[in-house]
Ligand binder design. Structure first.
Ligand code: B16
Ligand code: MG
Length: 217
């Protein structure tokens, strides 16, 4: 039976993907090229340095490790400027009612985010105390699609992978959940999240009952 729900942060709880995109785009523009929204899909759930590598490849640039670290640091400063203005109003529609259903159902919860800024974001939106376990970019060595972020979450909650449902908006995140042996719910477009066991547009369009009915069957 399902015992725990593991949530991605960006694109599931809050829409920080737009801030990541703005900051990366600013960086690309300074380097003399642009990145499209479609390209940005590939950056979701991917770590900071891996994202930079993908962006530099997109712009056809090869830079030293030292320069890359400078650029990643610059991008993070721009990103933090945007994130530091976040408030509880930035929590995506449907999150609060979904979490009250989760609590009523007695399920355990973990956050599984590759972002090193996840604790700051949780604090800004007033969700610092909501999750039973928080696994973020500071606690893992491999980004999605590696399952590490979710397997660590399951371990911290003391549940088995097949007792977990992963909620993700990113292709790499769904892959991470599947590789971890977990059930997956894609939040977004079924055309993008083709590997997810079940897809809904967002948590606003989903009930805990529907999820449990699907995976406890
Ligand atoms: P940071 P998630 C991921 O978070 C983002 O989707 C991805 O775009 C970002 O590059 C990555 O975190 C690292 O974030 O630079 O803040 O450490 O989707 O796993 O919550
Ligand atoms: Mg995400």
């Amino acid at each position: 039976a399902i015992k725990a729900f593991l949530f991605d942060l960006d694109g599931v709880i809050v829409d920080t993907a737009i801030y990541h995109y703005q900051a990366w785009r600013r960086l690309a523009n300074e380097l003399g090229f642009d990145i499209s929204e479609e390209f940005n899909e590939r950056l979701k759930g991917v770590s900071r340095m891996e994202s930079l590598d993908l962006i530099l490849a997109e712009g056809g640039q090869t830079l030293s490790d030292e320069r890359k670290l400078e650029l990643a640091t610059q991008k993070n400063e721009w990103y933090l400027e945007l994130v530091s203005r976040m408030t509880p109003d930035d929590i995506l529609p449907g999150v609060a009612p979904f979490f009250s259903q989760v609590r009523k159902a007695g399920l355990h919860t973990a956050l599984g985010s590759v972002s090193k800024n996840a604790p700051l974001i949780l604090e800004r939106i007033g969700m610092g105390e909501v999750f039973d376990a928080v696994i973020d970019g500071n606690k893992i060595s491999k980004g999605k699609p590696d399952p590490e972020v979710f397997t660590k979450g399951a371990a911290e909650l003391d549940v088995q992978p097949d007792e977990c449902v992963v909620f993700e908006d990113a292709v790499a995140g769904i892959e991470a959940g599947k590789r971890g042996g977990m059930h997956t719910v894609g939040l977004g477009s079924p055309d993008v999240l083709t590997q997810a066991d079940m897809v809904a547009p967002s948590l606003e369009h989903l009930t805990v009952e529907q999820v449990l009915a699907r995976f406890n069957a």
